[in-house]
Ligand binder design. Sequence first.
Ligand code: ADP
Ligand code: MG
Length: 338
Amino acid sequence: MRKTIMPSLIKGVAAAVLLVVAGCAQRTGLQEYKQTRTYFDTFVTIQCFYAADTDIDRTMEKCWQKLEGVNKTMNAESPLGYVSRINEFGFYGVQVSEDVYTILKEAVAFSERTGGAFDVTVYPLVRLWRTAAEAGSLPEEAALLHAKNVVGYRHILFEEDRTIRLESEGAKIALGAIAKGFAIDAVGSVLEAAGIEHYLIDAGGDIRVRGKNRGKTRWNIGIRDPRKKDHVMTVLQLTDCAVTTSGDYERFYTIDGKRYSHIINPLTGYPQERVISATVIAPTAIAADAYATAVMVLGAEKGLELIDSLDNVEALIIEQTPDQTLTSHSQNFPTHKK
Ligand code: ADP
Ligand code: MG
C-alpha cells in the first residue's frame, strides 16, 4: 500500500483563509499606513488610517515589537520561549511573563466555556498525530490512550508570582490556536492607545478591525470557499470586532490517502471530522480564534448551540459528509452577499 506523508503547511497570501477585499478609495484628512511582515509562519498586515498629529513611527515600532515578542515566547517549537520551558519543566513550576500568564488564564476560561472542546493541553495528541503522519501510519492505540490521559486543561495550575505548574507529568501546552488572536488584540490596544481609530490587522486570516476603511466605509472581509481555492464565498462588512476562519485546507495530515484535520478532539483523541470550515465573529480576536477551534471540534449542531448562547459571537460552519456539503450559521450571523 502506498502511503502519503503530508503534514502540510501551505504558506502564503494566496493561502490566507480570509481575504481582505480592497475598499473603495475616498478622500479624507487621514493618512494611510500599511505594511506586511512575516510572523507565526504567515503574513501579518497592519493597515490603519491616522490623523496627521499621530506619532506613527513610534506606534508602529511598538506594534511590530509586540508581534515579535509574542511570536518568540509563545511558539511551542521555539526552544527559548516560555511555552517550551513550561513543556520541559512545568511539572516543577515555571515562572512566566505577564503575557503568557494572561493568555493561559484566558485559554482555561475558553476551555471551561466550550466544555473542553478547546484545550491548550492537547499538544501531546497533536504531536502524536503529526509523528504518525510523518511515519505514514495511524498512531498506536496505547500511545493514543497515554496521550489522551495527560491532556486536560484542569492540569494547569496558576500559582503565586506568575508561576505555572502542570499537574500531570508529560502534560504539554501549545498556544497555536490562540497566539495570533492574542497578538493582534495586543496590537489593536497599542494602536488605540495612540489614538488610532481606524485599522485592520490581519494575521494569516485572523482579522481584527476597528473604525472604518479610509475613515469612510466598513471593512470588507472575504471568506474563502473551503473547497474552491481563491474563490470568495461571502463578503462581510464589519467594524469593531474580530473574525477568524479555521479550516482544514491549509493544515492537515494525510495517512494512507485519508485526510485528517489538524484540529484534535481532546475528548476522543482523534482529529475532528465533518467540519471543513468554521468562521467566527467575536468582540476580540482571541475569542474568535478559540471559538473557531472549538466549533471545529463540536460540529454544527453543538457548536451553534454554544455560539448562540454567547453574546456578540456569531459563526458560519461548513460541514462535509460523504454525500453533501452543509452550511449553517448562528442566529445573528450577518446576512451575506456574493
Ligand atoms: P491556524 O489558524 O494557524 O491554522 P488554528 O487556529 O486552526 O491555527 O489552530 C491550530 C493549532 O491548534 C494546532 O497547531 C494545534 O496545536 C492546536 N489545536 C488542535 N486542536 C486543538 C484543540 N482542540 N484545542 C486547542 N488547540 C488545538
Ligand atoms: Mg485559531
